[in-house]
Design a protein around this ligand. Structure first.
Ligand SMILES: C[S@@+](CC[C@H](N)C(=O)[O-])C[C@H]1O[C@@H](n2cnc3c(N)ncnc32)[C@H](O)[C@@H]1O
Length: 285
């Protein structure tokens, strides 16, 4: 279980106005009941079991690439343009959900009194949060995101995922469906995906890809092309070809309620931090 650094006051309080809620997933992964087809990769369950061990490692055993304490300024750097402005424009009843929040440092920074705040590259929302006080955070852990009921979580204006479920999930379309179901109409999901085929094609030759998509005929599909087939959303992709790994910054605004995410099935999974994943689009009905 990841450490919970909030005071009892902070995380026992039911939020009344601005609420920030954090979900950390520590449940075993695996195909689960929703899967109708056998994965193509033999012994994929062994990779899921290895991944589970990575999540459970603590202290010196944690892989160096498995960072769990990024602060708000890190979030500002790795999330799409406009994230900080969106945070700054949250109204008094608006809510932010950070999925796969690790130690929750970004949200702690958001709530930090101004003097203690991270010195550089502050996000616009910080001052506002400090005014609102520190009693509006909930830190939830122990279940997978989809196992929290809609009633339990409510709806959110902003949802973020920084190298969390979007990077690690073995069921990406179901994960995204759950995220979008928790978003208000007009709200936005901000995330980032490393080592992918970039929308603008600027990724360099010889790249080692971690997340790959193919269509039903096994032809490559870019993550952003798949995302843009999701109904009732407006998807914006920013490409970072000069980062260590070609990285796609993704913003998904929900514009109406009838959201439908084209289904992906996992065909390969290689445990790691992050894991390697290959998905196949189900044939369109
Ligand atoms: C590398 S840490 C990132 C933590 C934090 N966002 C940061 O940047 O410091 C990955 C986080 O994602 C969570 N996670 C892993 N798989 C997940 C999944 N399938 N769905 C949601 N969260 C997941 C882990 O529990 C962990 O909190």
């Amino acid at each position: 279980m990841s450490s919970v650094k909030f005071s009892a006051k902070a995380w026992n309080t039911t939020a009344t106005r601005l609420a920030v809620l954090i979900v950390i997933v520590v449940q075993p992964i695996g195909p689960g009941a929703g899967w109708t087809q056998e994965p193509v990769q033999p012994r994929i369950n062994e990779e899921f079991a290895k991944q589970e061990k990575i999540y459970r490692r603590r202290g010196a055993d944690v892989p160096g690439s498995y960072v769990t304490n990024r602060g708000l300024s890190d979030y500002a750097e790795v999330l799409p343009t406009g994230f900080c402005d969106a945070l700054g424009s949250l109204g008094s009843s608006d809510r932010w959900l950070d999925i796969g929040a690790g130690e929750g440092q970004a949200i702690l920074d958001y709530y930090a009194p101004q003097d203690d705040a991270v010195p550089a590259e502050k996000c616009g929302g910080q001052q506002q949060a400090a005014r609102l006080g520190d009693d509006r955070i909930q830190y939830l852990s122990g279940k997978r995101l989809r196992h929290y009921s809609r009633e339990e979580l409510g709806k959110f204006r902003i949802i973020t995922d920084v190298y969390g479920g979007f990077t690690y999930s073995e069921n990406l379309s179901r994960f995204l469906e759950t995220v979008l179901s928790l978003l208000e109409i007009g709200g936005a999901f901000y995330t980032v995906l490393p080592s992918v085929h970039l929308e603008d094609g600027t990724d360099k030759l010889g790249t080692w890809y971690l997340t790959e998509l193919v269509d039903a005929a096994s032809r490559p599909v870019k993550v952003c092309s798949w995302l843009k087939q999701t109904t009732c959303t407006k998807v914006t992709c920013e490409s970072k070809s000069d980062w260590d790994a070609p990285t796609q910054l993704i913003k998904i605004r929900k514009v109406c309620s009838d959201v439908s995410v084209p289904t992906l099935k996992i065909v390969e999974y290689m445990a790691g931090a992050p894991p390697g994943r290959r998905f196949q689009l189900e044939p369109q009905r």
